[in-house]
Design a protein. Structure first.
Length: 89
């Protein structure tokens, strides 16, 4: 499974590593900014499911930990339905 939030869709970003050399910041190498993913056990439609959620998304939606997942986007609903189908098998 990729390092991607299953509810918000957040994923890693690309950036540059900088070094401070002779009073200037020089871009020296490419790097990745990873998402802070947390594995959360929650109840979705009466079933216990483990989902990977970004910490920033959890902070804004505390009801996820309580067991009520209310996705805001249609894509999120589709992902959760697919996840439920996989967990029931």
């Amino acid at each position: 499974m990729s390092r991607k939030c299953q509810l918000s869709g957040k994923k890693a970003l690309k950036g540059m590593r900088y070094s401070f050399l002779r009073a200037h910041y020089n871009p020296t190498a490419k790097r990745k900014f990873q998402v802070n993913l947390q594995t959360v056990r929650t109840t979705v439609n009466g079933k216990r499911v483990k989902i990977k959620v970004a910490a920033s998304y959890l902070k804004g939606h505390p009801e996820i930990r309580a067991g009520i997942v209310l996705p805001l986007k249609k894509k999120s609903r589709k992902k959760l339905k697919r996840l439920l189908a996989l967990s029931s098998k």
